[in-house]
Write a protein that binds this ligand. Structure first.
Ligand code: SF4
Ligand code: FES
Length: 251
């Protein structure tokens, strides 16, 4: 952590130091702005605060028009993915103490999706790709009456990693192929297809592999690993894409 001593303030009651941190946020109001513009805000923050706390302070105390999405504030809902110092991250999981606050912190919307306002993008193209891979269990037969569909621990482990996805779009919007080609399914859709393709209880794997064998499917991936680096859930996204590629080849 890089802290700026002359800007540190010690709370006389708690003894905890706070710091004046500069945030430079890419703002865009479609009703007023022809182009996005960068706006500076100085915010008093504790090292244990998150970037989301700074956005709340700005919205509640400085400018109520600042727009961003968030819900859980605990890394679960996936709604506050944004670019922080050029890296896709969840604002609610990015601690001030883990950033270099000797310099301004740049915050902007994720890339590759239409910008709606400030830090909000239109997620519909992202969810359209997600829906297209049919991310739900499709079983060819009903389980025995009163019984569950049994699965071994080993079979469950095959797709455990991809069950962790929270659909934040950090991976897809960090992918250079997705930036340049709005048609590519993108890493998140493939991760969610993987979750069912490798589920022993599912019978629609071939159908999903057909969908992803399309020219806008897995073969557009250039293995840049941006997606794996961006994922706030630690999912090995590039590995999951490679496993889907192998499954297409093996058929
Ligand atoms: S794979 Fe990771 S980065 Fe991509 S949408 Fe899911 S949680 Fe977000
Ligand atoms: S607000 Fe829910 S993941 Fe950050």
């Amino acid at each position: 952590m890089t802290l700026v001593a002359e800007e540190a303030v010690v709370d006389s009651d708690t003894g905890i130091q706070s710091y004046l941190v500069t945030f430079i946020i890419r703002r865009f109001d479609p009703e007023q702005d022809a182009e996005p513009r960068w706006v500076d805000y100085d915010v008093e923050m504790y090292p244990t605060d998150r970037v989301l706390d700074a956005l709340h302070k700005i919205k509640w105390e400085v400018d109520g028009s600042l727009s961003f999405r968030r819900s859980c504030a605990h890394g679960i809902c996936g709604s506050d993915a944004m670019r922080i110092n050029g890296r896709n991250r969840l604002a609610c999981k990015t601690l001030i103490k883990d950033l270099d606050i000797s310099k301004p912190i740049y915050v902007e919307a994720i890339k590759g999706l239409p910008l709606e306002k400030d830090l909000i993008v239109d997620m519909e193209p992202f969810f359209a790709s997600y829906r297209e891979v049919q991310p739900f269990l499709i079983a060819g037969s009903a389980p025995e009456p009163g019984k569950e569909r049994v699965q071994s621990i080993t079979d469950r482990a095959i797709f455990d990693d991809t069950t962790k996805c929270i659909l934040c779009a950090a991976c897809t919007s960090s992918c250079p192929v997705f930036w340049t080609d709005g048609q590519y399914f993108g890493p998140a859709a493939i991760v969610n297809a993987h979750r069912f393709i490798f589920d022993s209880r599912d019978d629609a794997g071939d159908m999903r592999l057909d969908i992803l064998n399309d020219k806008e499917g897995v073969w557009r991936c250039r293995t840049t690993f941006n997606c794996t680096e961006a994922c706030p859930r630690g999912i090995e996204v590039t590995k999951a894409i490679a496993e889907v590629k192998q499954a297409v080849m093996r058929r």
